[in-house]
Design a protein around this ligand. Structure first.
Ligand code: DLL
Length: 433
């Protein structure tokens, strides 16, 4: 079967609107009655639950920010009593307190359902052997994929992240067909395979379920070629649920959002105005089935756009464009906005370096500087200095012409740049240190 749940994945827009409206009204009542934060916020804005009668009314509701979760740390925004919370996750974040999220039993069921749909959409089924190499623990990646994979009846290998040699041994011995991990870790595995002399034909791997960090389509191609698989993009964030908020289908032309659980909007991050279909802006989600931590108009800071056109795969769920980065990851270099994924795309496009890079931004004499370290391939490493310099100049030219700003490109020895086992760290911004 092609779809895990065709009733919801393929329903008409009219039916979806009815489902969403009913669930939105229920959620607004729930947060108003159970969460002091939302009651106060709505009262201040002069809104009562009764004012929300249709999806059009969504925009009357106030936004929720990550800082609201931090201010009410740890459980202040939970809408269910702790006796009904059966799981707690947290996202580390780079600054300050963690963001804590709680799930009721029903929430866990919904989560497994959306991940089950995602796995089906990516081509997995009950015969699949799924190696979950996302981290298990407070991070939602491991357990999120785990229960979704169990839900479809696949055989799950809960290996978690790290110990790459063992990952590959198990992948080979157990006949893993689906690998779930971050794209940067998948690349790390491909490299380790080359080093160990494992031919990809010795593996049964067919599909990768990659997400939790931005990755370009060029990176997708690179991983697909090196592992001989089809690489699917899975998106999600702990505050909203975890992995499974949206997923690619075989068309790879946008990620279908599980709209009967999460209503997406795109806003202008500065003015907070809702933008029309197709516009690029910040993704905002309202959860409409969650009991533990329902969130109204949660600002993700992720940049994307929405597409309601019919998809070839038959799903009617709205598609969001591949997330190219977060507004807070966007580098402003001498006034020009640059996403790390844009740099990644250019580097991989040249096809002459290894796909491992690090972006270093600094301010020297009051001027921003951009330096890109990119690894040489092992064969290039033995080349003459002149050849290396020529390549440096070529890559630099490509980067400068694509980004429109000056940059220094430095080819570094193989294995100089730290490898990732989870979310990769690609940028060092010394201006912030
Ligand atoms: O990363 C959940 C997840 C786990 C998603 C496994 C997919 C697979 P957080 O740690 O809360 O949750 O981080 C959420 O990661 O706001 C995005 O900025 C980024 N992100 C997640 N998936 C993608 C993706 C998990 N497919 C934050 N593409 C989000 C780009 C992604 N960025």
């Amino acid at each position: 079967m092609k779809y895990w749940n065709p009733t919801y994945e393929c329903m008409s827009r009219k039916e979806m609107t009815e489902v969403q409206t009913e669930r939105l009204i229920r959620t607004v009542n729930r947060v108003y009655n159970n969460v002091a934060f939302y009651r106060d916020k709505m009262q201040k804005a002069g809104i009562e639950p009764g004012d929300i009668k249709s999806l059009e009314d969504l925009k009357k509701l106030p936004f929720t920010n990550k800082s609201d979760l931090r201010d009410t740390y740890p459980f202040g925004m939970f809408a269910a009593p702790m006796s009904d919370i059966v799981r707690i996750h947290a996202s580390s974040g780079t600054t300050g307190k963690q963001t804590v999220v709680g799930y009721t039993r029903r929430d866990l069921k919904s989560w497994a359902e959306v991940v089950a749909r995602s796995l089906y959409s990516a081509g997995a089924n009950k015969k699949s052997i799924v190696q979950v190499a996302y981290g298990y623990g407070l991070f939602t990646g491991g357990l999120g994929l785990h229960y979704g994979a169990e839900r479809i009846g696949a055989s799950v290998i809960p290996i978690s992240g790290g110990n790459t040699k063992r990952q590959l041994q198990i992948m080979k011995d157990f006949g893993t067909t689906v690998l779930a991990c971050t794209p940067s870790y998948a690349l790390n595995m491909a490299e380790e395979m080359d080093e160990l002399g494992i031919d990809r034909r010795e593996l049964k791997l067919k599909v990768g379920i990659f997400g939790a960090e931005p990755w370009s389509n060029n990176m997708r191609k690179e991983i697909e070629e090196r592992l001989g698989i089809t690489a699917m993009d899975i998106y999600g964030l702990s505050e909203i649920m975890g992995p499974g908020v949206s997923i690619d289908c075989h068309c790879k032309c946008g990620l279908h959002v599980q709209e009967d659980h999460f209503i997406p909007e795109i806003i202008n991050p500065e003015t907070e105005e809702v933008l029309p279909e197709g516009s690029n802006g910040e993704l905002v989600f309202t959860t409409i089935t969650k009991e533990g931590l329902p969130l109204i108009r949660y600002r993700t800071h992720d940049i994307s756009s929405l597409n309601y056109k019919k998809c070839e795969c038959g799903r009617t769920l709205v598609r969001m464009n591949k997330v190219t980065g977060r507004s807070d990851d966007m580098l402003i270099i001498r006034g020009v906005n640059v996403f790390p994924s844009q740099i990644e795309s250019v580097l991989l496009e040249t096809g002459e370096t290894a796909p491992h890079y690090l972006i270093i931004v600094d301010r020297v004499d009051n001027l921003d500087s951009l330096e890109i370290w990119v690894e040489m391939t092992p064969s290039m490493f033995s080349d003459k200095i002149k050849k290396v310099e020529e390549l440096e100049a070529r890559v630099r030219k490509e980067v400068v012409s694509a980004l429109g700003i000056n940059a220094k490109v430095k080819l570094v020895e193989p294995k100089t740049i730290e490898r990732s086992e989870g979310k990769a760290k690609r940028v060092i911004d010394k201006r912030k240190i």
